[in-house]
Design a protein. Structure first.
Length: 513
């Protein structure tokens, strides 16, 4: 059994504030310019003090995958930094349509080497805005695309190892847009403005105005949680994430509908749905009816035939949580279990049986019960056991257990026999979620010193493939409880949904939050 490589992101906050860096050279506030990768002819950058603007011209294939081919106007700095600009693509002077994915970038970068570690706020020619990043030298670029197209102003802020994208449409204040990542840059590093035409044979131009390079103000003592529901492709070559919802407060456990068109999640004990949008769009959540059931948790899921939705809730007459079933379109809740504290975990492939977690006399174990109601069957009696799901063929139930020391992934036969440990590393692994095609298992991985499925932790969203025993990290995020409590696979087995969190001032909320 191979163990997975680890990412080493740690969060820290700088508590200082200094004035903006003043323009003092022919390149304004910047010190140098370079082509990163192949740019032919060579790119150029200039500063116009009369308009306090920067004009970059460059060709270049892209800044994506392992490819770097762009022009970069830069300054070397250390510590925390904030870079803000307005981006404008002037009318083209060549005789064809520009590539829609030409990119203007506000970038922080470890080196000027091709394939280097970086984070940027990228605004595409078609208006698409994203936080792009490469975690290791030579790795594929990943991104988080946000639901604000062609913003008037964009900003990228580095505080410690945390990078946050801010944006604003005309007339708005800059606000968080649900895109934040953890990544380490050793000081000094490069910060500046970049451009790629996304077409090696075409030289494009972009103008950056109202550029501010500052040390961000210290964060106040009182911070509030912000939640970002994201969907991500699991393909290493195209690791795109899309922000489907960003909201002040805590939301949990997005669950994909059977038709792949909506995500159902819970917040403050109630359920809501949002449409899945690509490209992302801002849509208000729609309440989902669970009848008298309330106080609901993040453990829920659709039945295999898509007709029912299992939830873990309470009612006015029955203090829970217990497992209830409601119609997939919402409606009255029917109680299935009668032994608080019990949480839904998974449906059998034929939809006739539910596996659930129950805490009884201080012991956390797994049980099954007919979906129609009836007698329970206890499956485990050693250690703490949670996160159970049937494989699509019904041959196994995967779960997490600490019976061997640290929390690891296990599997057993549906009757609880023949338990077998699947992962064996120096972290705590929770919530195995099996893809609809059975080829991959997603789970959350915590540091070994974190007890339980705690919230507000640096965690890895990992993918295990049983066929080859390989484990890889898809996304590193600030999260934990609420991020992946339910099976968040899309019906196509190619996308996952999850929730990332961030602690920010309440003033960072955008319109409608």
């Amino acid at each position: 059994m191979k163990t997975k490589p680890r990412c080493w992101f740690l969060a820290c906050l700088a508590m200082c504030s200094t004035p903006a860096i003043a323009a003092s050279s022919a390149l304004g506030i910047f010190a140098g310019q370079s082509d990163v990768g192949s740019v032919v002819p060579a790119g150029t950058a200039s500063y116009d003090p009369s308009t306090d603007s920067y004009t970059l011209s460059a060709a270049g294939a892209n800044a994506w995958y392992r490819v770097d081919a762009f022009h970069f106007l830069w300054k070397k700095v250390s510590g925390d930094v904030s870079l803000t600009a307005e981006v404008d693509f002037p009318p083209v002077r060549y005789g064809h349509e520009p590539n829609p994915h030409r990119k203007a970038m506000l970038m922080l970068r470890q080196t000027l080497d091709e394939g280097g570690v970086y984070v940027d706020a990228a605004q595409h020619g078609v208006g698409l805005t994203a936080l792009q990043y490469r975690t290791e030298q030579g790795a594929n670029t990943q991104d988080i695309e946000v639901a604000i197209s062609d913003p008037e102003t964009i900003r990228i802020v580095k505080r410690g190892d945390e990078f946050t994208l801010y944006a604003a449409a005309a007339g708005e204040a800059l606000h968080q847009v649900g895109a934040s990542i953890k990544l380490h840059l050793d000081g000094p590093f490069y910060v500046g403005l970049g451009l790629t035409s996304h077409d090696p044979a075409t030289t494009d131009t972009v103008v950056f105005s109202h550029v501010k390079l500052e040390v961000p103000a210290s964060l106040p003592d009182k911070l509030v949680p912000f939640s970002s529901i994201q969907t991500v492709e699991i393909n290493d070559q195209y690791r795109r994430a899309v922000v489907e919802l960003t909201k002040q407060g805590v939301v949990e456990a997005p669950d994909w509908s059977q038709d792949g068109k909506t995500l159902l999640f819970n917040a403050e004990g109630r359920f809501y749905s949002v449409p899945v949008s690509d490209p992302p769009a801002i849509v208000a959540p729609t309440p989902f009816d669970t009848g008298e059931a309330s106080g609901c948790w993040g453990e829920h899921g659709y039945s295999p035939d898509g007709k029912w939705f299992a939830i873990s809730c309470s009612t006015r007459s029955h203090h829970g949580p217990d497992v209830y079933i409601v119609p997939a379109q919402g409606g009255a809740a029917r109680q299935v279990t009668y032994h608080p504290i019990s949480f839904f975990r998974g449906w059998s492939p034929d939809g006739k049986t539910i596996v659930f977690t129950s805490i009884r006399d201080g012991h956390t174990d797994l049980y099954t019960i007919p979906a129609a109601g009836g007698a329970e069957t206890r499956l485990t009696d050693v250690g703490l056991n949670d996160g159970a799901e049937y494989t699509p063929d019904g041959k196994y139930i995967y779960f997490n257990s600490d019976r061997g020391g640290l929390m690891q992934l296990w599997r057993m036969k549906p009757d609880g026999s023949e338990p077998e440990q699947i992962t064996s590393d120096d972290h705590n692994n929770w919530y195995p979620h099996i893809s609809p095609d059975g080829k991959a298992i997603a789970f959350l991985s915590y540091d070994k010193f974190v007890k339980g499925h705690a919230p507000n932790q640096d965690v890895d969203l990992c993918l295990f493939t049983p066929e080859d025993g390989q484990i890889r990290t898809l996304v590193t995020l600030f999260g934990g409880q609420g991020s992946l409590d339910s099976n968040t696979w899309a019906p196509d087995s190619k996308h996952l949904a999850f929730v990332a969190y961030q602690m920010l001032p309440a003033t960072d909320a955008g319109p409608g939050q």
